[in-house]
Design a protein around this ligand. Structure first.
Ligand code: CP
Ligand code: NVA
Length: 298
């Protein structure tokens, strides 16, 4: 049987992704309406660190009467070279869904090809689609509608940025990106979305009149050794109050977290009284629940 997977926002019909976000808003308001997932198990394989994603998935499964199990590469035979295809075949014969956080996106694709149950991307080097469900949920909760909105991405053309590019098509908004030279998102992804994304070098131009300003760390997991070089390349790309003042006066600021105050974002912006980043983090749980309900309910 052809399984549904969620490796990127483009893996499911756009209408379904929109419905998942709407359902997340509903589940936050009425948690008791969730469909029971009793006796179902979510397997999680994490090759990188996580706070929000792991907690969100585990709590979501608990609240749905199901369970979850957490595997790291080191603690499983994956770390001793068992092929991904074999691991996928075995693990998926025992669990009902698998969430994977890994480096190469191709690892996820290979796992999914050999899995008899849905596979969720819990972050790869290329995409972080689960975070986008929470981000869009947060925007809708505060502004009601994202269709036609102006979103500004400031900084690295990384997994979050590339997920925003996909989101611009799914949720029908315009994305203005400002990335330093050599830190742009994938060129094929850019050309596939050229009608709705703009890439430049000037953060002020990208932020102008934006309804949402988003940034992320300058060095992602796996790039720690590039930290010093990246700090130089990204100087001038910090999101601070001066930069945000060029956005619409009702603009929201988002960051998937963890954040580095004084680096990609100023403490003033992150710790502002009306900051929505904490809603955004909490919404990881509600949106993960909606996603699991969608994938696990026949
Ligand atoms: N935003 C996010 O994915 O956080 P974690 O790395 O803590 O899971
Ligand atoms: N771009 C970051 C996101 C962390 C949630 C990383 O990949 O490390």
């Amino acid at each position: 049987m052809q399984q549904k997977h969620f490796l990127s926002l483009k893996d499911l019909p756009a209408a379904d992704v929109i419905a998942i976000v709407r359902r997340a808003i509903e589940l936050k308001q009425n948690p008791d309406t969730v469909t029971s997932q009793a006796r179902k198990t979510l397997g999680m394989i994490f090759e990188k660190a996580s706070t929000r994603t792991r907690v969100a998935f585990e709590v979501a499964m608990t609240q749905m009467d199901g369970s979850s199990l957490f595997l790291t590469t080191d603690a499983s035979q994956l770390g001793r070279g068992e092929p991904i295809a074999d691991s996928a075949r075995v693990i998926s014969s025992m669990v009902d869904c698998v969430a994977i956080r890994t480096f190469a996106h191709s690892t996820l694709e290979e796992f999914a090809r050999n899995s008899s149950v849905p596979v969720i991307n819990a972050l790869s080097d290329d995409f972080h689609p689960c975070q986008l469900l929470a981000d869009i949920q947060t925007f809708l909760e505060h502004h009601g509608e994202i269709k036609g909105a102006k979103v500004a991405w400031i900084g690295d053309g990384n997994n979050m940025c590339q997920s925003y590019i996909n989101a611009s098509a799914v949720f029908d908004f315009h994305l203005n990106m400002a990335c330093p030279e050599n830190f742009e998102p994938d060129s094929q992804l850019l050309s596939a979305h050229e009608d709705r994304v703009t890439l430049g070098r000037d953060p002020v131009a990208a932020v102008k009149d934006a309804d949402l300003v988003v940034t992320d760390v300058w060095a992602s997991m796996g790039q720690e050794q590039e930290q010093a070089q990246r700090e130089q390349a990204f100087a001038g790309f910090r999101v601070d109050s001066e930069l945000v003042s060029h956005a619409d006066e009702r603009a929201l600021f988002m960051h998937c977290l963890p954040a580095h105050r004084g680096e990609e974002v100023s403490a003033e912006v992150l710790d502002a009284e009306d900051a929505v980043v904490w809603d955004e983090a909490e919404n990881r749980m509600h949106s993960q629940k909606a996603l699991l309900e969608y994938l696990l309910t026949p």
